[in-house]
Design a protein around this ligand. Sequence first.
Ligand SMILES: [Zn+2]
Ligand SMILES: [Zn+2]
Length: 291
Amino acid sequence: MSFLLHEIVYFGRSIPWIIIDAMPYFRKWKLQPNKIPSAEEQWSCTKQVLFSHFTIELPLIWLFHPTAEALGMQTYHVPFPSLKTMAPQIFLFFFFEDFFHFVAHQALHTGILYKHIHKIHHKYSAPFGLAAEYAHPAEVFILGTGTILGPLLYCYFTANLHIITVYLWIVLRLFQAIDAHSGYDFPWSLHNIVPFWSGAEHHDFHHMAFTNNFSTSFRWWDRIFGTDDKYREYRARVQASKKALKNATKEQLLEMEQKLMAEVEAEGIIAEREAEARGVLGGKSKTVKTQ
Ligand SMILES: [Zn+2]
Ligand SMILES: [Zn+2]
């Protein structure tokens, strides 16, 4: 049931984004409007995601239920917990996962961890909904730990957690991950209402620039540790250019934005090469041999 829930929500939530990508009307809200995923790209991504789901997630999910019961999680019990009980627990899981991801994701950006594991997820410099879990099975395992360890620890220490709360948390976490990869920033997107929510506008930059914005749900850790400097500089440059081009046509504005994006992406390609050459513990770059 846990596996089915994951599959239904993952692909179900991706469908609206596939439709939106197929409709030119929505292009004005696309963060990188010149990069629309093709049907072939989306299909090959789906196959890789399904491979990971069946080889890694299915066996792990099989272990989840007995582990949860051994830790005293309520599974078949009724009545279900109230929203008042669930809300703070789910917030705690969001907080835990976000920090876990912030640290683990940065580790995945170094040396062999990047080269052999995280590079797969960075195949798309302009992500789309389906690409949220497009990753090496080891990455699914490492980063998935952040999602599931929170509830397990909570259950261990408080002995007061219902599986329905965990399911609701997983559904919300899937929505967060898929929407963050959607590539669209609408005026009604959550981060425009809740300023510390990351959303697509935050994570799309991570894929485009290869650096900055390592967390998942919230912006605070990147802000506190300064791993959003390039992102904020880029946003400021876009704003300044827009101001300077006050009377420009739509085409001129688009051209300006694409020029800035191309610069960021070019820097990202160099940063990626450097990351691959760097030691895991952040040691000096090895000399990259030229052929
Ligand atoms: Zn990354
Ligand atoms: Zn991503």
